[in-house]
Write a protein that binds this ligand. Sequence first.
Ligand code: NAD
Length: 487
Amino acid sequence: MAGPKTLLVLENFINGKFVPCSSYIDSYDPSTGDVYCRVPDSGKEEVEIAVTAARDAFLSWSSKSPQERSQIMNKLADLIEHDLEAFAQAESKDQGKTITFARTVDIPRAAYNFRFFASSILHHTTECTQMDHIDCMHYTVRTPVGIAGLISPWNLPLYLLTWKIAPAITSGNTVIAKPSEMTSVTAWMMCKLLGKAGIPPGVVNIVFGTGPKAGEAIVSHPEVPLISFTGSTLTAQHIRQRSAPHWKKLSLELGGKNPAIIFEDANLDQCIPTTVRSSFANQGEICLCTSRIFVQRSIYNEFLKRFVEETRKWKVGSPSDPTASMGALISKEHLEKVKNYVKKARAEGARILCGEGVDSLALPTGNQNGYFMLPTVIAEVKDESCCMQEEIFGPVTCVVLFDTEEEVIKRANGVKYGLAATIWSSNVGRVHRVAKRLQAGLVWTNCWLVRELNLPFGGMKASGIGREGAKESYEFFTEVKTITIKH
Ligand code: NAD
């Protein structure tokens, strides 16, 4: 265990200042199992102070021109990029992800989120229609909503938090944000840059703590009229109930059980490495990860053999090892939960082809107590199995076979989630037909995780409500009003 002197102690950031909290919770380094950080255990009291700060800052911030806010956002992006390595090291240690992933995905994207919304805010227009025959004209205006409550999960900590903060504040709102209690460090680091970038006190307030205390206080506060939440479907159900009496605007980005459909005319040389990546990137802890792979009968055996060979090439190692493809899972409890799915699959008669319980995991001496597991491939599992129905959110993927297009569409849609899907085929007509019928907010064909931030992102069914993107986030973080002028 790390000695008390070495612990990193975080503080809330309210009204432009760091403020200590009366109680703290432990945060673990997932790669060693040691407590290395203490996170404020905020509640109603801290949220109340943050609401006051955000309310006081709103008038001045919302009155700034989009150009002024845009410049500040670009400056913040510069500052994050300048400290990219320090942020990447911190994200990797806090979350367990590989340093390579943090360096190439998480932190560059966090900086880019500010740059992207700094640009897009300059290009929105509103509508105008004329009724000259009665000397009237109508037009719309958009105004910021007020104090935005932003709650984010632990898998892509700074990446997802900034994906909310950036559109909220560029649109003129002030915010109270709460990152996951398990991964709060990079948000705290970013607070040190906000003043330098020119963000006035009270515009961004970060209150650290758990969901049931700090999160709940934000969600149920009557002066926070909108909540943007990314996290689990179960928590979102609770948030909908708690916020309902206050008529809050909600944006909910939730879990997934994403299918990959691999037709017999797929280019397997491209499909196999991409599908291994889509299954196991970030330890399988991405809401968009593939976890059900449907393979057409004629190529099933070849696919399975090559897929397992490719999976075995993935090295699980210390997150700081630049040659590791996978680091540690977020927590001991989560590791147990993921492993339990593999146990259940085995008990149901499925075949575990590689990974957990089949291959041995060699770890460096310092990582023996970390939360690691091998990427695991399961075959011959029934569609009704919990492994095919529930979000595992770890390095476990199931491969099953199918015969016809009609059949696979039905089976791919046969879960409660509807976030993302992947199709592999060289037949454009088929790709288009199938993509249209899949119940998913995002469909990638012959690729995975190619993001175009301008376009809508989000899920259907239990994967969420609303969409995020240049236009969609702007619409969410503003209220529209129709004005009529008789002249
Ligand atoms: P979670 O729902 O447990 O927690 C998410 C956040 O909500 C955390 O900050 C947590 O403290 C807070 N929270 C928990 N209970 C709360 C409550 N009662 N009131 C208010 N806030 C509360 O989710 P997680 O385990 O951190 O993240 C994993 C989940 O997030 C997975 O289901 C994953 O699919 C989903 N996710 C979705 C997307 C997407 O864009 N659709 C992206 C990333 C992760």
